[in-house]
Design a protein around this ligand. Structure first.
Ligand code: FMN
Length: 320
């Protein structure tokens, strides 16, 4: 069984990936948050900052992700990834945010299989690395999915990662197992399931439903419970207090890593707040914790409140 960390823009960047993997295990591969393709003849280091080898612990199996709707920029990034030492990249056909999809990128490509086909035709022969695709069930309707899968079947992809929601749903509503089953039955490529795996029990139920799937992508579940991959693999042997200590150490490592980047206290505080949307689930009353953190008005007050919560909060790390 392969477990893959999902890309979450602004969340699972190198600070998170390095800090998490220093204290926890069980993840085989990590897909980095998307990097938009750029026009021009050269990729500036700032564009690929998150995947620069000097920022990423060498033992992470990292796969960079590209957001693109034309072959030139995609090829430019692919060559840059190879120059940085990568052998595979992922193409984002799933991002539902309006600024992305409105311009026919991310999930905005799901209703446009012919655009995807022409890009793949243009790049595939010269592509210097392996390519995988991450998609949704459609932008507006699951009726978009079969044609996209037929197009993708004509190209040698390393896998298809399917998050079975529509773009218009964003992250609302339950994932749709029926559309995932369509990908499983139609795709010639290995298929990875992604969406709402929050506990080992969730994964067991999905395995029962889709016994042929052997690759699973975990996103918010790992943020809400950093022990999740170990729990899934039955590898967490420490006592509760040892595990809670590991989580505290992880948090401080993450904070220190962000601090070392030299960002302003204001920016640091908004970065940490983004994490606390998920980290609040480490405790018994997530809305109360999130409320307390979200209303802090400075880095100093966030640090104070976070310190109190980490030291005295009612921990609730789910093991089911
Ligand atoms: C804040 C946020 C940022 C995301 N950024 C990306 C991204 O950069 N690339 C991508 O393919 N998916 C992105 N996603 C989608 C996740 O990778 C994943 O598909 C989704 O969260 C469902 O999986 P989960 O329920 O395990 O979190 C993002 C999701 C969230 C909530």
């Amino acid at each position: 069984m392969k477990l893959i960390l999902a890309p979450l823009q602004g969340v699972t960047d190198y600070h998170f990936r390095n800090s998490w993997s220093r204290f926890f295990g069980g993840i085989d591969e990590m897909v980095a948050p998307f990097i938009p393709a750029v026009s021009g003849s050269r990729v500036k280091p700032v564009h690929v900052r998150d995947v620069l080898p000097e920022h990423n612990a060498p033992d992470l199996h990292l796969i960079p992700q590209v957001l693109a709707n034309e072959s030139g920029g995609m090829m430019l990034l692919a060559r840059e990834f190879v120059r940085l030492g990568y052998t595979e990249m992922n193409w984002n056909l799933g991002c539902p945010s309006a600024v992305v999809s409105r311009h026919g990128r991310g999930c905005g490509l799901m209703p446009k299989p012919m655009v995807v086909q022409s890009i793949l035709r243009e790049i595939m022969d010269d592509l210097p690395l392996k390519l995988s695709v991450k998609l949704r069930s459609g932008m507006y309707s699951t009726a978009e999915l079969p044609e996209m899968l037929r197009v993708l079947n004509d190209f040698p992809l390393s896998c298809i990662i399917h998050h079975p929601r529509l773009g218009v749903q964003m992250y609302e509503g339950a994932p749709d197992p029926a559309s995932f089953a369509v990908t499983l039955s139609m795709s010639k490529h290995p298929v990875v399931y992604n969406g709402d795996i929050l506990t080992p029990k969730d994964l067991l139920e999905l395995k029962h439903k889709f016994p042929e799937v052997d690759q699973w992508m975990l996103g918010r579940g790992v943020l809400k419970n950093p022990l999740l991959p170990e729990l899934i693999r039955g590898r967490t042997s420490g006592s509760d207090s040892e595990n809670i200590n590991r989580i505290r150490q992880f948090y401080h490592h993450l904070e220190d890593s962000l601090l070392a980047q030299g960002i302003t206290p204001h920016r640091l505080s908004s970065r940490l707040k983004e994490y606390w949307r998920y980290f609040s689930y480490w405790f018994a009353d997530p809305p109360k914790i999130w409320y307390a953190i979200s209303r802090t008005t400075s880095y100093e007050s966030l640090k104070q409140d976070a310190g109190d919560i980490l030291a005295h909060g009612r921990w609730a790390i789910d093991k089911e």
